[in-house]
Design a binder for this molecule. Sequence first.
Ligand code: NDP
Length: 241
Amino acid sequence: MTSKIVLITGASSGIGAATARRLAADGHHVVLGARRVDRLAALVGELRAAGGTAEHRELDVTSLGSVRAFVEGAHDRHGHIDVLINNAGVMSLATLDALRIDEWNQMIDVNLRGTLNGIAAVLPLMRARGRGHIVNVASTAGHRVDPTAAVYCATKYAVRAISEGLRQESRDIRVTVVSPGYTHSELNDHGGDPQIRAAALAASLELGLPAAAVADAIGHAIAQPDTVDTNEIVIRSTAQG
Ligand code: NDP
């Protein structure tokens, strides 16, 4: 398989870290971004010890400047970028009447604006090269609104809409949306109503996929030839229903 330069946002835990492991094992060079650089440095060490190649950089996807520095730094070092995986995300579960407005804004800033920042940073470089692949991690929450998840779902519906728009505008760049169901990760560790969070955590522990299963789905899309654009993969545990 051809080795690709693959950038992954939100690579410090969960699906992003699992994807880094899978893609490095496939022989790709992974460039990892997140805010917790200690986690990223440890993961880079692990990947290198296993024979892979990897690097990391501090990244806050809510800042266009930070995303541009992440993308353009990798482009300067490697001469091109094959794949950007917009994976960073946050989820705060609560009813709307709880008015957790700061958490609404954080979900919009990370999940939606963060994805747009990634597209803004990488699209001119991929268009100039005439090829590239953007993978956006949405969710089954982008297909169905669940109680207490209205704003999270709205951001994931938006990620799917933006991905479809980008796909329609593109004849040179592949666009893939990956929509997982419950997945074991740290997503449910912060924010939201504590009781709702505890219930969601229990459901996720019972019904969740290992993050490696989602990483395998991303790896599958990346492995296709340039002429084959896997537009969306919806993946959930058989038990989720
Ligand atoms: P985790 O919480 O384990 O990982 C989220 C990642 O996002 C972390 O690496 C975190 O890194 C990063 N992140 C958060 N905020 C920022 C920011 N401002 N800038 C850069 N990175 C940021 O959860 P998951 O692995 O589950 O989440 C990955 C994606 O999968 C998300 O988009 C999520 O919505 C989606 N998803 C998850 C599902 C699940 O059940 N777990 C189901 C469907 C979709 P750091 O804090 O170090 O910055």
